[in-house]
Design a protein around this ligand. Structure first.
Ligand code: ATP
Ligand code: MG
Length: 570
């Protein structure tokens, strides 16, 4: 089964938009936004949101804004803003001139807050953060009203002006919405809308010492930008009444918030806080470590934007949380790379082979196909000579049943070259390790086919010793040892499940000479081994490859899981 066999995944948001267009709710406009907080790098979950927001806008001839939700200066950084822009572009989306920042609206947001105060809908509260928490009540008990709740409008306006002017210490006061301390929805119990924080903001510097809270800034930012459909993840469902409340109080343009289930993937983590922990505690080498589900990590690993977009289309958009098998993501990647990645031969764990009857100084340039899936990719020459390397694992002195590769007395095919037969095994006297094989070749089998029609059971890749380029190859495994750490009955910290074997470095690899001029980001299929991407650590002296994904297709297994988990099947 291949990806195109799927019907387009269901997307209930598409249906809502269609209905809105029919009823002319927004005069036929569709305007979405992707609103990242610049407090970390984007991950594959964000890709789902990006594909959804930019994808729907494109589908309905609408627009999608890139808006940075930069209201928490203590956690935000220019580095993150730059990385987010890079990643959205790389995924293939274009916000044109619509690059916005919540911080650009600080003055307007402040005025909205003043308007709320004037309406008697907000007040300055002197309770500490802890007191606010204690007064809030619980899901089963109502909250208690703040003793500052009934300050006069004049006093509130005066205190808010002085808050802005920097007269009060950090956290000493807040501006709170005056809603309902008995509301069954905790978000409606007089939420804080402004707090005092003296922190340098990446864009506004020291201009402000009060900052709006997310719920307040977000709905008004959407309103200012005249967003039609404000698409966010399910955890904001309980915040929607607040979103609507703010906009209704001031009777301003009112977008509609629509929630969908966030993407969860097996064997990895998807929260920026946890990703930051892995980076800060040096479990990984940085935000772009190829083991991470960050877009920069995936790019370095060799993921293509097309594979990620296909994946996001396949998983669809639902209202119910589900866990997606990471094998599905890998399937999308293989499917893409199979069509596009040129083939090459590389030996990861080399074993020397001397072809005794091959002329000493002879070198033949043999024809090799660049991509059997794409004839236009053409052919290349690979040199063959008397001494070659094969994969250690492709030889067994004492082959078990069903092992068809090279063994003493056995004949196999060298891809694009000749049939060879193994005669002797040379071992290290001390360790007993096999260090060299002696073989003969059949000159009549040039190109890898016997004129007498005899068959061999195995075809192996190889490289010519005299022509190889040494390389380091990094192999990756799952980031975590369990599918879903949040499902752990022992509730251990997710770091306990970090896979200590998630990186294996092979430093004695040998690749064919056609790879001499590769550059970071180039992706190859190393025949029989998988897909490999040139790492930016590559220098003139040292080639470094990341294994993007193995060749093994676990599609049958994915299909079975999909039937079990209707979350992303039909
Ligand atoms: P995280 O929970 O990973 O820290 P976040 O929600 O705090 O992410 P934001 O920068 O606020 O990160 O997210 C920007 C947009 O991406 C939001 O609209 C958010 O709902 C969406 N988003 C974040 N994580 C996911 C996910 N796993 N699946 C789908 N959308 C996501
Ligand atoms: Mg967020």
């Amino acid at each position: 089964m291949s990806v195109p066999d799927f019907k387009p995944a269901p997307n209930f948001i598409r249906n809502i938009i269609n209905e809105d267009l029919e009823s002319n709710k927004y005069q036929g406009r569709v305007h979405t936004r992707f609103p990242p907080e610049p407090n970390g790098y984007l991950h594959i979950g964000h890709a789902k949101s990006i594909c959804l927001n930019f994808g729907l806008a494109a589908e309905f001839n609408g627009l999608c804004n890139l808006r940075f939700d930069d209201t928490n200066p203590m956690k935000e950084d220019i580095e993150y803003i730059e990385s987010i822009k890079r990643d959205v572009k790389w995924l293939g989306f274009n916000w044109e001139d619509r690059e916005y920042y919540a911080s650009d609206y600080f003055e307007q947001l402040y005025q909205f807050a003043v308007d709320l105060i004037k309406l008697g809908k907000a007040y300055i509260c002197d309770l500490t953060a802890e007191e606010v928490r204690n007064f809030r009540g619980t899901l089963t008990e109502p909250g208690t009203e703040s003793p500052y709740r009934n300050r006069s409008i004049e006093e509130n306006l005066d205190l808010f002006t002085r808050m802005r002017a920097g007269e009060f210490p950090d956290a000493s006061r807040t501006l709170r919405a005056k809603i309902d301390m008995k509301s069954p929805n905790l978000n409606m119990r007089d939420p804080v809308i402004y707090r005092i924080v003296r922190a340098s903001h990446p864009r506004t510097g020291a201009k402000w010492c009060i900052y709006p809270m997310y719920d307040f800034a977000h709905c008004f930012s959407d309103s200012i930008e005249r967003i039609t459909h404000s698409i966010c993840t399910l955890e904001f469902e309980d915040h929607r009444p607040l979103y609507d409340w703010f906009l209704d109080q001031l009777n301003v343009y009112h977008p509609q918030q629509i929630e969908f289930a966030r993407l969860n993937l097996t064997y990895t983590v998807m929260s920026k806080r946890k990703l930051l922990e892995l980076v800060k505690k040096n479990y990984v080498t940085g935000w772009d470590d190829p083991r991470l589900p960050t877009l920069s990590g995936m790019r370095r690993r060799g993921y293509t934007p097309r594979a990620i977009r296909t994946f996001c289309e396949l998983i669809g958009v639902a209202k119910r949380e589900s866990m997606v098998d990471i094998a599905l993501l890998e399937y999308c990647l293989r499917d893409d790379l199979n069509k596009t990645a040129p083939r090459a031969m590389a030996v990861l764990n080399p074993l020397k082979v001397v072809i005794d009857n091959y002329p000493d100084d002879q070198v033949e340039e043999l024809d090799a196909i660049n991509n059997p899936e794409d004839e236009s990719a053409g052919k290349r020459k690979v040199p063959f000579s008397k001494v070659i390397y094969i994969e250690k694992d492709d030889f067994r002195e004492d082959p078990p049943r069903k092992y068809f590769r090279l063994a003493p007395g056995r004949e196999v095919r060298l891809r694009y070259a000749y049939f060879i037969t193994c005669h002797t095994v040379v071992k290290d006297e001390k360790t007993g390790e096999i260090v060299e094989l002696h073989c003969t070749y059949d000159p009549a089998t040039r190109g890898g086919w016997a004129p007498d029609g005899r068959k061999v059971q195995a075809t192996m890749h190889w490289v010519s010793a005299e022509h190889v380029i040494p390389a380091e190859v990094r192999l990756y495994d799952r980031l975590l040892t369990i599918e879903d750490p949040s499902d752990d009955p022992e509730k251990k910290d997710f770091l306990e499940y970090f896979n200590k074997n998630s990186l294996e470095v092979l430093s004695n690899c040998l690749v064919e000479p056609s790879l001499k001029n590769v550059k970071p980001g180039d992706i190859y299929q190393f025949e029989r081994q998988g897909y490999f991407c040139v790492d930016p650590d590559t220098t003139a002296e040292k080639l470094v490859f990341n294994r993007t994904v193995t060749l093994k297709d676990t599609w049958a297994k994915i299909e079975k899981n999909m039937q079990k988990n209707a979350g992303y099947s039909q």
